[in-house]
Design a protein. Structure first.
Length: 292
């Protein structure tokens, strides 16, 4: 929601800036967002009451202060700010009384007035944070800075006190369906709790996601172990690289030797003995002759 802006100014010292600023603000916030001129006061209406009502409908006030804003005098030679019927004084008094933000906008060489320089009803104005719009090449820059500040701080409804009759009571939580969370709570259903608790369906979905994640992780671990064990068994079944099934090594047993025992008495061979896969022990005088 865009703010409603009341521009307070004096035509003698800030009329040209007021018109330019009003056009820029209307382009940014809308044509109905700016109240600027007392010419809008209907004929025959008490201007004091009208100005008070117009200020009350505003979200903030821009008080334009030119070089002569503080000391400008009326036709009687009195300072205008000292006149209770002065338009500018009435506008600013109404905003301060209704606690509406008043932003002093310093023009040309104007400075912020001191508390002692203001009437007692306007003295709080001396402590309001001000901005500036100086003429020259920085004029547009200053206006852009002002608009940026208004968008940042006032482009939302201000917390104004409202009457009890204007407050809309939200429906009771007991009348709403517990499993329904509408987008617009004011349509008759209670909005979900904002205390940090989540609906049961959200908690169930989270637990299901955790369970599925754990199951997938376990399946990946088992698959990896099976793949590792399977690769080791395959290596054991197949011969090393470079050998085919026809190149398997063959162990050739040597021809068993035939051992003849020579009888020392007759010097003749006795029965032959085979040394096939056996180890024989003979007397020391036994001569062994291998069969060719």
């Amino acid at each position: 929601m865009m703010p409603r802006i009341f521009i307070s100014y004096r035509r003698d010292d800030s009329g040209y800036i007021a018109g330019m600023l009003a056009e820029r603000l209307e382009d940014m916030f809308g044509s109905d967002s700016v109240f600027i001129d007392v010419d809008a006061i209907p004929l025959g209406v008490d201007f004091r009451e009208y100005l008070n009502q117009a200020v009350a409908k505003s979200d903030l006030m821009l008080a334009l202060m030119g070089n002569d804003w503080l000391n400008v005098k009326n036709t009687q030679g009195l300072r205008r700010l000292d006149d209770p019927a002065d338009f500018v004084r009435i506008e600013i008094e109404a905003a301060l009384k209704q606690q509406i933000p008043v932003i002093p906008v310093l023009l040309e060489q104007a400075r912020m007035p001191l508390e002692a320089e203001l009437p007692s009803s306007l003295q709080p104005l001396a402590f309001r944070n001000a901005t500036e719009i100086r003429s020259g090449r920085d004029l547009n820059y200053h206006i852009e800075q002002l608009i940026r500040g208004l968008k940042t701080h006032y482009s939302r409804p201000l917390n104004k006190p409202s009457s009890p009759s204007s407050e809309i009571q939200a429906p009771s939580v007991a009348t709403a369906k517990p499993s329904v969370y509408p987008e617009h709570p004011t349509e008759g259903l209670a909005a979900p709790s904002t205390t940090g608790q989540e609906p049961p369906s959200v908690n169930l979905a989270k637990w299901l996601l955790r369970f599925v994640g754990a199951a997938v992780s376990l399946a990946l671990i088992i698959w990896g172990l099976n793949a590792l064990l399977g690769s080791n068994s395959d290596e054991a079944q197949y011969p090393p690289a470079g050998l085919s099934t026809y190149d398997s090594p063959v162990l050739i047993s040597p021809t068993p030797a035939t051992i003849e025992r020579i009888d020392p008495a007759t010097n003749q061979p006795s029965e032959p003995l085979s040394t096939d896969n056996q180890t024989k022990r003979y007397p020391a005088d036994t001569k062994v002759r291998s069969a060719d």
